[in-house]
Ligand binder design. Sequence first.
Ligand code: ADP
Ligand code: MG
Length: 681
Amino acid sequence: MIDIKLDDPISSIKGVGLKTQQAINKLGVFTCQDLLFYLPRKYDDFSNITDINKIIPGNVTLKAKITNLTTRRSRSGLSITEGIAVDQTGSVRLIWFNQIYRQASINPNETYYISGSYKLTKTKFSIINPSIETIKEVTISNARIVPIYRESKNVSSGQLRKIIIDIIPLVKNLKETLPQSIIDGMGLLKINQAVQNIHYPKSFVDIEKAQERFQFEELFPILLANELSKEALASQNSLKVAFNLDLARQFVEKLPFTLTNDQRRVIWQIYIDMQKNKPMNRLVEGDVGSGKTVVAVMSAVMAQSSGFKVAFMAPTELLAQQHAKTIYNLLKPLGLEKSLILLTGSQKSKVKNNAIKLANKINNSFVVGTHSLLTSGVDWHNLALIIIDEQHRFGVDQRMILQRKAGHLPHFLSITATPIPRSLALTIFNDLNLSRLETMPKNRKEIISQFVYPSNFNIFLNDLKAELNKGRQIYIVCPYIHQKNKMDKQAAEYVYQYYSSQLFKEYQVGLLHGQLTADLQQKIMSKFVSNKIQILVATTIIEVGVDVANASVMVINGPERFGLAQLHQLRGRVGRGEYSSYCYLIVNDSRNILPRLRQFILINDGFKLSELDLRTRGPGEIYGKLQHGKNISFQLTLDNQQLINKTLQGVKLFFNNKENMLKYPELDQRVKEAQRITNLN
Ligand code: ADP
Ligand code: MG
């Protein structure tokens, strides 16, 4: 019936005109193949045909004639078309609203499938807005399990259904992506059968089997990638870091506070890892202010005391500079401060060359910088430990570079305030060792979060003034830099103008964003640190790490543009000192606040928020699109332990069969993609 190909644009399908094409493109669907992978969101069961005398309220399908059609207008101007469906057993009323064409298009001598919801309206039972189709083998919206698709403005689920049914025969041309041994061994559907079933299931078992295949397909490359990474890691050597009890004691004694039990436990885990000659691969998660830096530095000094180098990589230069200061203070009591070297891209070449020389001269130097420090010309042959701050992604490629430079793989320690939800950690990141700092150091003040809308804006301003009067400082975060139009009040430049020249003339207001030179950013930041600036208007450049204990207020413009994890990061910029602190979310309308923002106000725990982010936005949203270009609308069901176990079995089978990845280019590509996304080391 059709001579179109999978790669053809959807406009080559009969009946898809320009308007429909554009509407479908909006769904991310361009080719026929895309459309086949546009999976239903749910199903309505209209598969059982009922005798009219047996119908009960709910979804029903009848096989009946339609008589006594009449159309009238209601007082409100609605057109109401009514008819009677009749089969051998009885009759029932049908009603359509605003579907005048029914009146002329229904043939009273024809038998139809009639599907819809049978229910009570006012005083009578009727079937409301039923869809009808003449009796034939392949029906679209009647007498079957009917798939419901996500719609866009100009294309309905019903239209999509019609168009997709037309191209279902193309499934026979779909290329299989999984090895046959896995399909057979795990009892999975072939890809063409799965696609066929998902759009035209004969039973709910069909749907389940198809979904299983799609979910397996999503998870398999990820778990395979983990297994390959684990193998690769286990075959590498790293430098053994000896445990030096005296040093650990000294470090702890010189701290101005006592470590929390969590900090002790995690440091100990790291020491155990680093004593082995296999590379550590550990992620330390802890909410803002949970004291991750001390953990990192205490790990570093152990490596230094064994005579090895340490590299500390921050996501931005600003943070690298800040960290260098903190680290300096922690090293000084041990007399190790001279080993600390800051290396950043914006340093003048002379300064930089000196830093590199020094880093090479000192055998056990502690080098702080951004990612570029790995390629900076420092001799890394005795690099024992890499600490990665707030950067989940450290790819295979970077690892290879290091491996070449160092001749071995260093121990990896990632630290982050954006925790990976547990369920994700167990699957996607299961080659990683996790440490959590769950308890906060004592005396942390809870941050009070609230909404600001036009009607309480003045109260909000007074609150800010009160804080400024007490000598505190304020962050104001904006989602972007430049104003989009004259009405736009969220842009950093606008907010800066408004606050500095109108609202808070008597205070110093600063503007910080990524388009300023690194030098200027640093100057503005140090002015804020030394309280020469009281109000800092900034983009999310201040999201992580920035540490000013005197700041007690965080104001966030356009909060709906940020994820929960990010908002929580921003909130964590305050409440770092001894002062009560506040976080204000500026919203336009008090009645229309997103549910997740309401949750944010109520929940102060980053681990809980990350689970919530996972549930509301899905793993794909959080950790990049794990999908492979095709529009698979199922998200990984990470709480599906059965599926995870089955997929793990599949991975084992793959290894047992000594399958060669090169035979499966598409799988290979997806494994690489998964590694790119999930590799922290
Ligand atoms: P984060 O986990 O957000 O990186 P930091 O390491 O910056 O947190 O620590 C936040 C602040 O808490 C720092 O000023 C640090 O010196 C302090 N701190 C760390 N551990 C403790 C502790 N056990 N008791 C009291 N204060 C601590
Ligand atoms: Mg930190």
